[in-house]
Design a protein around this ligand. Sequence first.
Ligand code: C5P
Length: 240
Amino acid sequence: MDQLLVALDVESSERAMQLVNALHDLAGGFKIGNRLFTREGPTLVRRITDAGSRVFLDLKYHDIPNTVEQAVEAAVGTGAWMINVHSSGGMAMMQAAAWAARDTSAKLGRQTPLMIGVTVLTSMDQQALRSIGVERPVLEQVLALARMTKEAGLQGVVASAQETPEIRKACGPDFQIVTPGIRGASAGAERNDQSRTMGPADAIRAGASYLVVGRPIIAAADPRGAAAAIVEELTTVISR
Ligand code: C5P
């Protein structure tokens, strides 16, 4: 199912490829984060894309525009389908990222990856924001950065399901909203460290474009069964 992205929060290529092989026909893509990428690098991204699955390279670039531009150029070279940066890196940084994605893809004759911004980390609450000098309410900061992300030419943001309806309203129907923190219903009752959660179908109803699901699938005794249950639930709100 196109909308289901499975977070490969595992420590080796071997385990990652077991999950990819078990889930490739159920998942719309696989997310590789900093831990797995730091261990296994671009070779693993290429293995997954060569096997025919889409990869969301979740490395959250945040640096000066020139460096981010070059990092995105390298990321596009791995075949990643979705790439993200921190929106708080600012307009020039995001524009450099968007430009690098378009330019490199054109040179390689590939489809341009979806470029996604991280607005405010969900680990940051009001007090944490204030401590870095941001006085406005969390949701206002999220919406301001989401609008700026769109203006910079990126395609969407990562956001909690709770923030999704407001972002959808502010940024329109074509903006991509990638939503983690999926729990409940077919995603199981175990919340782990996620606090503000939503079930798969409800998150789609709230306006999410893609769901990122990790532990409810990868830590299940039967990952394929767990993924199939989520796909089944999603078919009640999305036609395949
Ligand atoms: O295991 P779980 O379903 O909680 O995994 C969710 C994935 O989404 C993890 O890779 C986590 O790092 C990521 N994520 C998140 N919350 C955010 C941003 C990313 O849980 N706000």
